[in-house]
Design a binder for this molecule. Structure first.
Ligand code: KIV
Ligand code: ZN
Length: 389
């Protein structure tokens, strides 16, 4: 990290993540997740949308009371009533941020807001000024920035920075952008907004086209220094950019990124499991970083390679993201080396090579019938093999 910029991680599992249909969480559950995020050293935790309901207000207040080391953030539309509700909910936070937003795309301004661009600009400025009465730490998002017109976006951003916003978040609200274009948008904004050096530029991507993480990384390569993301990529519709993928891409490819996070990555897997068990949203086995198979090697050639030298087929260490060990899955493609190593881990060592051969051929017979061979299967077949000798 020496000489590199800091990349701030803004986790919105408790706000945008909760907007996943069926993923609502109780206040106690939100506090448990917030404590896990704090332990992981997430910089900013967006705890909810206080004006949305009394329950959300109480949850944000409970998180604000429980968390000491991370900044706690509340979302607010660009309306006095929402901003004051967020300010109230965050009053007891050790470090608080108000995140206010207003749409800037032609389609949102015309059909949703029924406002002219000038009215939007005026309201955005007023909202930021109102939020500044509660805290110095104000973030503004031009909603649907990914489909907004560049000149207008620049005007709004310049004005809200002058009004006191210290983080400018660029959302791809509907997941419409693709990486090269989104990276260029971030670069253009930072270059063209005259006071851009007074704010941290942030990125917030949705995954409708499956490129939320790629878009976020493109934005980071083009100057963004905060990423908004969620555990397991939870979120509205197809979800948000996944925290674990962003953090590990940046950490693993320090040769490419001019910045790094200060997260304790060993908390990633425990956090992922906590969010999955609380929301009831399972993590797909082949999900990067946190899926059960993310570090599992099934092919015999891969297993043999990893056992000889881990870097042959692994770009990260399983322990670094919180797995206790890399999991070699024994199946029909597994070779003798993987088989022998697993048996050794189970405390089984053969004195004669014929015993190993016998056990290995029984293992292959079983593997043809059974997709995955568990430790209990191994114990049983080794007993049979030694009895048969
Ligand atoms: O996707 C979005 O635009 C949002 C904003 C509130 C930042 O979630
Ligand atoms: Zn969002």
């Amino acid at each position: 990290m020496a000489g590199k910029d800091k990349l701030f991680i803004f986790d919105t599992t408790l706000r945008d993540g909760e907007q996943s249909p069926g993923a609502s969480m109780t206040r106690e559950e939100k506090v448990r997740i917030a404590k896990a995020l704090e332990k992981m050293r997430v910089d900013i935790i967006e705890a909810g949308f206080p004006a949305a309901s009394t329950g959300d207000f109480e949850s944000v207040r409970a998180v604000a009371r429980a968390v000491q080391d991370s900044t706690v953030c509340g979302l607010a539309r660009a309306k006095d009533v929402d901003i004051d509700r967020a300010g109230e909910a965050l009053k007891e936070a050790n470090s608080a941020r108000i995140h206010t937003f207003l749409a800037t795309s032609p389609i949102h301004m015309q059909y949703k807001l029924k406002m002219s661009p000038d009215e939007v600009l005026t309201q955005a400025v007023a909202a930021v000024k109102r939020a500044r009465q509660w805290t110095d730490n104000v973030e503004f998002s031009p909603e649907d920035a990914g489909r907004s017109e560049l000149d207008f976006l620049c005007r709004v951003i310049e004005a809200v920075i002058d009004a006191g916003a210290r983080t400018i978040n660029i959302p791809d609200t509907v997941g419409y952008n693709i990486p090269q274009q989104f990276g260029e948008l971030m670069r253009n904004l930072i270059e063209r907004v005259p006071n851009s050096d007074k704010a941290v530029f942030s990125v917030h991507c949705h995954n409708d086209l499956g490129v939320a993480v790629a878009n976020s990384l493109a934005a980071v390569l083009n100057g963004a220094r905060q990423v908004e993301c969620t555990i397991n990529g939870l979120g509205e519709r197809a979800g948000n950019a996944a925290l674990e993928e962003i953090v590990m891409a940046v950490r693993t490819r320090q040769d490419v990124f001019p910045c790094d996070t200060t997260l304790d990555t060993t908390q990633i897997v425990p956090c992922s499991r906590l969010v999955s068990s609380i929301t009831g949203f399972p993590v797909q086995p082949n999900k990067a970083i946190v899926g059960a198979n993310a570090f599992a090697h099934e092919s015999g050639i891969h297993q043999d390679g990893v056992l000889k030298h881990r870097d042959t087929y692994e770009i990260m260490r399983a322990q670094d993201v919180g797995w206790s060990e890399n999991r070699i899955v024994l199946g029909k493609h597994s070779g003798r080396n993987a088989f022998r190593t697993r048996l050794k881990d189970l405390g089984i060592e053969f004195t004669a090579e014929e015993e190993l051969n016998e056990a290995f051929s029984r293992f292959k017979e079983l593997a043809d019938k059974k997709h995955e061979i568990f430790d209990e299967d191994l114990q049983a077949l080794v007993s049979e093999a030694t009895m048969a000798m």
